[in-house]
Ligand binder design. Structure first.
Ligand code: SAH
Length: 354
């Protein structure tokens, strides 16, 4: 018999799976049963689909395969944070992080292998972008962390942030498709308001999010509200300066009525003065917003150093005077290189040079 070129079944939408079942003379509802096994139950082989007949399972095996990720290495931080090195079907590695707090368990997931943006302070930027993750590869990172939350903390996963490796808005369709499955009842049934997508701020794509009426939260990695400084930190600012970002954010707010969060690191000698703090306060008034001041996680011996506490206090005071909510975020998982901007497959690199 002729070998059928097997397709990855999780590349099919529910509708496409329904068409497939009809095309082989089976019932349409079979698609939903299989789809739930694949997504809600995250099964990795057809034999465990107990409500599907043996003959149908054999037929599926002839046509399809189920690609899945493998948690290759799990590291536990002293503060409870867990970092997963996740092996993809083509042996490429991405990292994802479980961050526990007293109220929440958050999954921080990657959207690309490496990253094409050259933010000077980020370890992921040192890896060149290799490829986009597929929706199932993003979804599976969430499932792995959900299982770890239950195993190690006996608590459910409560939040998801797209703050791992890669720029989610440069993998737009796959990220949105993953979120659709994470929020779908046949998937994980999580509320969109528990999901935050973090971006360097690509104006065209922010407008697209608004047009697509997404219901998850948007966070922008701002780091400076002065073009000159921001361009020095994030080269993307040369092609998409703050004026364009501001215009896209206004469009976002007009369409979605949702406030944004600005992520902001304060570095010594770079943006730790009053002029930068006041510029941020002004930028924050463009649309309703809040600020997360993130601690800098050193990635090498380079030029960047976390600002002094006085500078952080100055920012908080100026933002508060302007009626803007600012939270100072403690860094998590630094001892295992799991904190913001530290994801760089260090262990893989170490393996390669050994
Ligand atoms: N590409 C997306 C998501 C990945 S980074 C984005 O840029 O938003 C997640 C957050 O960590 C971003 O706000 C990023 O600017 C920040 N970050 C990167 N490197 C960091 C570092 N070394 N220390 C602290 N935060 C860092």
């Amino acid at each position: 018999m002729e070998e059928i070129q097997k397709r990855d079944i999780r590349k099919l939408s529910l509708e496409e799976l329904e068409e497939f079942f009809l095309s082989v003379g089976d019932k349409k509802f079979r698609a939903k049963q299989v789809y739930e096994w694949l997504w809600n139950k995250s099964l990795k082989n057809f034999d465990e689909m107990t409500n599907i007949s043996l003959a149908t399972r054999e037929m599926l095996k002839k046509h399809f395969e189920i690609n899945h990720i493998l948690v290759d290495l799990m590291q536990h931080s002293q503060d409870g944070t867990i970092k997963n090195a996740v092996k993809l079907y083509d042996n490429k590695i991405v990292e994802s992080v479980l961050i526990p707090t007293s109220k929440r368990i958050t999954a921080c997931v990657s959207s690309q292998v490496g990253c094409s943006l050259d933010c000077n302070f980020c370890a992921t930027a040192r890896l060149k972008r290799m490829r986009n993750l597929n929706p199932d590869e993003i979804y599976d990172q969430v499932v792995a962390i959900k299982d770890e939350a239950e195993t190690y903390f006996q608590r459910p996963l409560t939040n998801i942030v797209f703050m791992g490796m890669g720029e989610p808005l440069l993998n737009y369709n796959n990220v949105l498709s993953a979120i659709e499955k994470i929020t779908a009842p046949e998937g994980l049934g999580m509320a969109p308001r528990r999901i935050t997508l973090s971006t360097v701020g690509i104006p065209k794509m922010i407008k697209k999010l608004a047009d697509d009426e997404v219901r998850f939260n948007l966070a922008i990695s701002l780091h400076s509200a002065i073009n000159e400084t921001r361009s020095r930190l994030m080269p993307i600012n040369d092609s998409s300066p703050l004026e364009d970002l501001a215009e896209a954010l206004k469009y976002w707010y007009q369409k979605t009525k949702r406030k944004v969060t600005y992520e902001y690191v304060i570095w010594e000698g770079i943006n730790d003065d009053e002029r930068h703090a006041r510029a941020l306060a002004k930028f924050c008034k463009i649309i309703p917003s809040k600020v997360n001041i993130i601690q800098y996680n050193p990635i090498d011996e380079g030029e960047f150093r976390q600002a002094k506490q006085e500078a952080v206090d100055l920012y908080v005071r100026i933002l508060e005077q302007n009626g803007i909510v600012a939270k100072v975020r403690k860094s998590r998982g630094q001892d295992i290189d799991a904190a913001c901007g530290q994801l760089a497959n260090k262990n893989e690199v170490a393996d390669l040079i050994q």
